[in-house]
Design a protein around this ligand. Structure first.
Ligand SMILES: C[S@@+](CC[C@H](N)C(=O)[O-])C[C@H]1O[C@@H](n2cnc3c(N)ncnc32)[C@H](O)[C@@H]1O
Length: 275
C-alpha cells in the first residue's frame, strides 16, 4: 500500500475497523452476504481479503459494475452477484446460513425498514453478525446550519414536515439501536462514520498527508459518544442472538490498522459471525 488516502477511503474508513472485528477468518465455506452491496465498494475488498461474498442488489447496472470490478481484480470466483431486494434475501440465499450480513446505505431507502431488516436478519445463523450503515440525523442539522440554511437546519432538528420523495431517512443513535433490537438483533456497538470528513473543505484535505491526519481524527472520534452522534453515517454492529462465539472485543478494533489507510483489503479478524 502506498499510504495515500483517496476520498473514497476517507468516507468509508471508519467502517472498516468494526467490520473487520466481525468478519470470520477467511474461509471459502463461510457465508457473507452484502445486501444492497451495489458495485462492490465493500464486497470487493472483503473478497480480496480471502472471503467469498454474495452481493444481493436490485440494480442490474450496479451488479454489472460489480462483476466488472471483480473480474478486473481477479476475484470473480469469490463474488456472487444476485439480483434481488432486501426483503427477498431468505428466498435468495436461505435462512440461518450467514456468518455476516452487511447492509450498508440501504435501509434508509427501503419502503418499510423495520420489517425489511427483520426479514433480512433471518439469513444470519444464530450468533451471526450484522454490519449496518445508515445516515445520521444530527449530521443533517449541522450541515444545513454550516451552509447557512438555517430554516432547513431547524426543520431537520425538529423533524418537521413530510419527508420529500427520494430523500433518505435519517436515524439517531438511539433510534437505529431501537430499530435493530426490534428486528431481533443484539446491538454490540454504534460508531460514527464521516464525523468531520464532509465538514472539512476539499482544498484542506487535498494532499495525502492532510487526508491521512483527518482519517486518524475520524477513527479516534468514531466512538466518542458526543461526536459519534454528529456523524454523517452511523455504523451499527449487531448480532443475532443464539449460541455461537461471544461478541468480539470491538474495542480491540479501534486502533488504526494500516490497511484502512489504503484501498487495499482489510485482513480478516476474529469473528462474532462464527463458523
Ligand atoms: C448507496 S448504494 C450503497 C452500496 C453499498 N452498500 C455501499 O455502501 O457502498 C445503495 C444500494 O442499495 C441498493 N438498493 C436500493 N433499494 C434496495 C432494496 N430494496 N434492497 C436491496 N438493495 C437496495 C441500490 O441498488 C444500491 O446499489
Amino acid at each position: 500500500m502506498d499510504g495515500h488516502v483517496v476520498d473514497t477511503d476517507l468516507r468509508r474508513a471508519a467502517v472498516w475497523p468494526g467490520l473487520r472485528a466481525v468478519l470470520p477468518a477467511p474461509d471459502p465455506r463461510a457465508v457473507i452476504i452484502d445486501a444492497g452491496g451495489g458495485s462492490g465498494g465493500f464486497a470487493v475488498p472483503i473478497a480480496a481479503a480471502g472471503h467469498a461474498v454474495t452481493v444481493v442488489d436490485p440494480s442490474p447496472d450496479a451488479l454489472a459494475a460489480l462483476r466488472r470490478r471483480a473480474a478486473e481484480r481477479g476475484l470473480a470466483e469469490r463474488i456472487t452477484a444476485v439480483q434481488g431486494d432486501l426483503g427477498d434475501l431468505v428466498g435468495l440465499v436461505g435462512a440461518g446460513r450467514a456468518q455476516v450480513l452487511l447492509c450498508h446505505s440501504v435501509l434508509e431507502v427501503v419502503d418499510d425498514p423495520p420489517s425489511a431488516l427483520a426479514e433480512a436478519l433471518r439469513v444470519l445463523r444464530p450468533g451471526g453478525a450484522l454490519s449496518l450503515v445508515v445516515p445520521g440525523a444530527a449530521a443533517a442539522v449541522v450541515r444545513h446550519a454550516v451552509a447557512g440554511r438555517v430554516d432547513e437546519a431547524l426543520a431537520a432538528l425538529l423533524d418537521e414536515g413530510p419527508r420529500p420523495r427520494g430523500v433518505p431517512r435519517r436515524y439517531s443513535t438511539a433510534g437505529i439501536a431501537t430499530l435493530v433490537r426490534a428486528a431481533g438483533a443484539e446491538v454490540l456497538e454504534v460508531h460514527g462514520v464521516r464525523i468531520f470528513a464532509d465538514l472539512v473543505p476539499a482544498e484542506r484535505r487535498a494532499d495525502p498527508g492532510a487526508a491521512e491526519r483527518l482519517l486518524r481524527l475520524e477513527l479516534a472520534a468514531a466512538r466518542h459518544p458526543a461526536l459519534r452522534d454528529l456523524a454523517a453515517q452511523l455504523h451499527v454492529l449487531a448480532r443475532r442472538p443464539g449460541p455461537g462465539p461471544a461478541p468480539p472485543s470491538l474495542s480491540a478494533s479501534s486502533s488504526l490498522p494500516s490497511s484502512v489507510l489504503s484501498s487495499s483489503a482489510p485482513a480478516g479478524g476474529s469473528g462474532a459471525g462464527g463458523r
